[in-house]
Design a protein around this ligand. Structure first.
Ligand code: ADP
Ligand code: MG
Length: 176
């Protein structure tokens, strides 16, 4: 991590704003008051000095993927400026999930709230418990559609395509 950060420092400068890194977080909920859960998570994300939420997509109602025996989700994406490291941001996301009452049962199963770090500036992180860009984001329309609303021209640092290009190719691949 240390090395990757310094190796990328010249490139990531353009993603900084007042010393903060621009990151994108995907949010999903399919239990309880789904819109309230997402709004609460966004408020909690931005409640301390170290994170501010600079943009939020519309809310999208989507059918579950993976484990399909569960209710529909609401998904959204948030642009977040932060002084936290990726790992600190992950810890914050997991704390918010726990505070909002998320209990982990089935993989990809029902959840009050899911917070995923989709992008963290142009960093590439591949550690057992933290992978950025989120490894499945380019395969999931429920992630790309809200993200494309607030970050259409942002480049995926591994695939080297913009979010809009990824969404368009996912949709054309499905024959839409
Ligand atoms: P999913 O989001 O795939 O449905 P979970 O929310 O249950 O799964 O996350 C399981 C684990 O994924 C977390 O404990 C976390 O350590 C790991 N993880 C790896 N990369 C990321 C990321 N970019 N954002 C959030 N969690 C991540
Ligand atoms: Mg998650």
């Amino acid at each position: 991590m240390q090395n990757k950060t310094s190796a990328n420092i010249d490139k990531t400068v353009i993603f900084c704003c007042n010393g903060r890194m621009i990151t994108y977080i995907g949010l999903g909920s399919n239990m309880g008051d789904r819109a309230k859960n997402i709004n609460d998570a966004v408020a909690m994300l931005g409640s301390a000095e170290d994170v501010s939420v600079s943009n939020l997509s519309s809310f999208y109602e989507t059918e579950p993927v993976g484990y399909t025996d569960q209710g529909p989700f609401i998904n959204a994406a948030a642009e977040v400026n932060t002084t936290l490291t990726p790992r600190e941001l992950l810890a914050k996301c997991m704390r918010i999930e726990a505070d909002l009452g998320r209990v982990r049962t089935v993989r990809w199963g029902p959840r009050t709230i899911d917070l995923d770090i989709l992008l963290y500036a142009d960093l590439v992180i591949d550690e057992p418990d933290l992978k950025v860009p989120h490894p499945l984001m380019h395969e999931r329309e429920f992630v790309l559609a809200p993200l494309a609303e607030i970050a259409p021209d942002v480049l995926h640092p591994v695939l080297e395509k913009t979010i809009k290009e990824l969404l368009d190719s996912l949709r054309s691949g499905k024959g839409k």
